[in-house]
Design a protein around this ligand. Structure first.
Ligand SMILES: Nc1nc2c(ncn2[C@@H]2O[C@H](COP(=O)(O)OP(=O)(O)OP(=O)(O)O)[C@@H](O)[C@H]2O)c(=O)[nH]1
Ligand SMILES: [Mg+2]
Length: 348
């Protein structure tokens, strides 16, 4: 049996559980002005400072959630208590946790999704700091000139949350292992995922940018691990990684048209669609584009004819080796994604 280097997969973390605790508000102070020649100086107890918040902030420079893999509890600072001479306590420092764009926040107590952070530098106060208590100055009245009462600070919010990363990309590559997903990513973007002739070379998603400098446009391409028949029953790497193409506008189904190892490309396509459907039937409603790779190989043209008979869909023939069909494919990507974007804008 082939031993896949699964330790490499552990480096990319796309889900973590965290316990978050905001700071407590500082207590209000009971104090009176005591000075020579000033009898009945009155109350001068300051207010407690507010507790710090726990804030999630999405950052384009953060690629995954590995920063939260080992420590699980994150606390903001408490507010300082008030002091005499009308000195209010300092607000507790907030704890800002940087997360990758595309992070989904789930409240573990309810199982509900409470937030998605999609933009760069988007901030979300996930646990609000407690309020500082009032000092005794606030309780002075015409009938009580010497109040000996103050408020305690309130507790900050806290909770257990699950953070799940679903990366953001325009196009998601779907295919069997060795179909050439990483080769295509290498060809058309500046990302350089490892390419090799053994299955499951790619263990974690890679994002590449397709740069259309003539049009001042770019598209984000997600290269993900290979999908196999039975992935939904945990074969291969399972199908959990499909979450990373959930947000893609367009799915690019890439088929090894050379039929390497005696595979039937037409059956591969059916199996891929079944696995996508098993993960989420909504995947089949997503716009998709079918790419026939390895057209430089001898068996490819015959297989393509048979494929077209079995599946009457438009197919883009390419070869990552000879670059055949790649410029046309790039054009098609742009047209398809722009068309989808226009449609989305029209329906908004
Ligand atoms: N002849 C030929 N070989 C290709 C072509 N594209 C990719 N290959 C080869 O196919 C093998 C697999 O390529 P990868 O790009 O690693 O395939 P992948 O789909 O990313 O595979 P996984 O990461 O394992 O899912 C490598 O040996 C590539 O050199 C092509 O157009 N023609
Ligand atoms: Mg790969």
């Amino acid at each position: 049996m082939i031993q896949y280097p699964l330790h490499l997969a552990a480096m990319f973390v796309d889900e973590v559980d965290v316990t978050l605790i905001a700071g407590k508000g500082g207590d209000g102070c009971v104090s009176f002005r005591r000075e020579k020649f000033i009898p009945h100086g009155g109350p001068n107890g300051g207010d407690g400072g507010n507790g710090g918040h726990v804030i999630l902030c999405s950052d384009e420079n953060v690629g995954d959630l590995s920063a939260y893999r080992y420590a699980h509890t994150y606390k903001a600072k408490n507010g300082e208590p008030g002091r005499g001479s009308d000195q209010n306590g300092k607000t507790g420092q907030s704890r800002v946790l940087k997360v990758p764009m595309g992070t989904v926040v789930i409240d573990k107590s309810t199982g509900k999704r409470i937030k998605e952070l999609l933009e760069h530098e988007e901030e979300f106060i996930i646990c609000k700091g407690g309020s500082g208590g009032w000092g005794n100055t606030h309780f002075k009245s015409s009938v009580n000139q010497t109040p000996k009462r103050s408020n305690p600070g309130t507790e900050g919010e806290s909770g257990e949350f699950e953070l799940v990363l679903k990366i953001i990309a325009d196009i998601g590559l779907v295919g069997f292992p060795n179909a050439g997903k990483s080769s295509l990513t290498n060809e058309i973007t500046r990302a350089h995922p490892v390419v090799a002739d053994y299955p499951f070379t790619t263990l974690n998603p890679n994002i590449g940018v397709i740069d259309y400098s003539d049009d001042y446009k770019c598209l984000l391409l997600a290269d993900i691990p290979g999908l196999i028949q039975g992935a939904s029953e945990n074969r291969g790497l399972g199908h959990r990684f499909l979450r990373h193409i959930e947000r893609c506008k367009l799915l690019c189904i890439i088929i090894d048209m050379a039929g390497t190892d005696g595979r039937d490309p037409a059956d591969d396509y059916t199996a891929l669609l079944t696995e996508l459907e098993n993960y989420d039937p909504g995947f089949l409603d997503k716009p998709r584009l079918v790419v026939a790779n390895k057209m430089d190989e001898e068996a490819a043209s015959g297989n393509l004819d048979a494929f077209k008979k079995a599946h009457p869909v438009r197919v883009s023939p390419i070869s990552c080796l000879s670059n055949e069909g790649i410029p046309e494919l790039l054009e098609r990507f742009l047209l398809k994604v722009s068309g989808i974007q226009k449609e989305e804008q029209g329906t908004q």
